[in-house]
Design a protein around this ligand. Structure first.
Ligand SMILES: [Fe+2]
Ligand SMILES: [Fe+2]
Length: 193
């Protein structure tokens, strides 16, 4: 599914299930970061008109996801905590060399966003299938459906603006690299942990 090379061990859901407050907090900030990523792409690459149009729509969608998660936190009587350090994202960023042309930088940022969307979508699917908390399982099922197109959109833009052959090769390398990171994760109650 989603081109990912290593599926998440379903036992990760058992860890999550023991600490729903923690996963919801981490998840809320994932949605906030997805919103921020879309805004920063607009700021950095304003001349890519169709990207700007799509990112404008995405900002609205991702911040509405943030609200959905935040509402869920309130419903359960909790208060949103502070953002957590995301080891997955820190490791993932190491794949991309600094510098390069403006187009290269754009392609890297699009591929990075595509991968985070793909992995998040895979994790939401797992939650929707495996959580014993049925209300939360349905919540993740609905979110998964609206996230499913994001990874193909980012990948599509990378192919469109970059050299398609080079982008496809880089995407495959990135998927391999990500699978290596994932081997050491799946052990904490965070969306990517
Ligand atoms: Fe989202
Ligand atoms: Fe998304």
């Amino acid at each position: 599914m989603l081109g990912l090379k290593l599926p998440t061990d379903p036992r990760w859901v058992n860890i999550v299930e023991k600490n729903i407050e923690e996963i919801l907090t981490d998840h809320a900030f994932c949605e906030q970061k997805a919103t921020s990523t879309a805004i920063s792409l607009i700021v950095s690459f304003p001349e890519y008109t169709d990207l700007v149009q799509e990112m404008t729509a995405l900002v609205k969608e991702e911040i509405s996801h943030f609200k959905m998660v935040h509402d869920k936190i309130i419903e359960r009587g909790w208060v949103l905590g502070r953002d957590r350090r995301d080891e997955y994202v820190i490791q993932l960023l190491k794949f991309f060399p600094k510098g390069g042309s403006r187009t290269t930088q754009l392609v890297h940022r699009l591929l990075y966003a595509a991968l985070i969307e793909a992995r998040s979508c895979e994790r939401f699917r797992l939650l929707s299938e495996e959580l014993e908390d049925k209300e939360l399982a349905t919540f993740y099922r609905n979110l998964m459906v609206s996230e499913a197109n994001h990874y193909t959109m980012f990948l599509g833009f990378a192919r469109k603006y970059g050299n398609k052959k080079e982008v496809d090769a880089k995407w495959q390398d990135l998927l391999e690299y990500e699978a290596e990171i994932m081997r050491d994760l799946g052990t904490s109650e965070t969306i990517h942990g």
